[in-house]
Write a protein that binds this ligand. Structure first.
Ligand SMILES: C[S@@+](CC[C@H](N)C(=O)[O-])C[C@H]1O[C@@H](n2cnc3c(N)ncnc32)[C@H](O)[C@@H]1O
Length: 185
């Protein structure tokens, strides 16, 4: 029996069984929701690319997509720790490891020359520490994914997500919220 099945039998939520290094590949429709609701210009860096699930969708629309990950998953450049990198790129797009999501926001705001787009749990709208950060760096746009996202295909997703998009140099202003119209799951 698969370890995930054993876990279900124990009555625990599968989402509590953390994937190694937080590897949760993004379903196509979630990346598509970003592309349908925001236009990027210039080079894109996907700095936590995993097996390329998100990058492959980005490449269908944008020619210049560079990919790296801390772990070698057979896609992009391996052994690049985004949090320790001093590399910059016009646009940074990723679904970060959830346990390091706050650190990815802070690092992404330093590394993105134009736009930072991160897929984050929707509860990232709240929280005292995040409120302080967002007061200094308000997201330009939040794209709400209308259903809970089933990253691993186990059938019982628990968490809601949204794309949080920051535009460099935008210190004030109203954050636009849109609800993605999802065509398929
Ligand atoms: C939630 S998965 C997302 C994978 C891919 N972006 C996608 O959406 O399909 C997070 C990825 O972050 C990588 N990761 C974890 N810590 C990292 C770090 N410090 N720097 C770069 N990548 C990291 C993991 O190896 C994993 O592949």
């Amino acid at each position: 029996m698969e370890v995930n099945e054993q876990y279900k039998l124990l009555g625990r939520r599968v989402e509590d069984l953390r994937q190694k290094e937080d590897f949760y590949p993004t379903p196509r429709y979630v990346t598509q929701a970003l592309l349908d609701n925001y236009e990027f210009s210039g080079k894109i860096w996907e700095p936590a690319c995993g097996d390329g699930r998100m990058a492959e969708v980005l490449k269908e629309k944008y020619a210049d997509v560079e990919c790296s990950d801390l772990i070698d998953r057979g896609y992009g450049t391996a052994s690049v720790d985004f949090l320790l990198s001093d590399k910059k790129a016009p646009n940074i797009i990723t679904n970060p490891p959830f346990q390091l999501a706050y650190e990815f926001i802070v690092q992404g705001l330093k590394s993105a020359e134009k736009t930072l787009a991160l897929l984050l749990p929707i509860r990232y709208l709240t929280g005292k520490k995040r409120a302080k950060l967002y007061a200094q760096f308000p997201p330009a746009k939040v794209i709400v994914i209308p259903n809970k996202v089933d990253f691993l295909g186990f059938g019982k997703p628990a968490m809601e997500f949204a794309w949080f998009i920051w535009e460099k140099g935008r210190k004030t202003g109203i954050t636009q919220i849109v609800w993605a119209q999802v065509k398929s799951r």
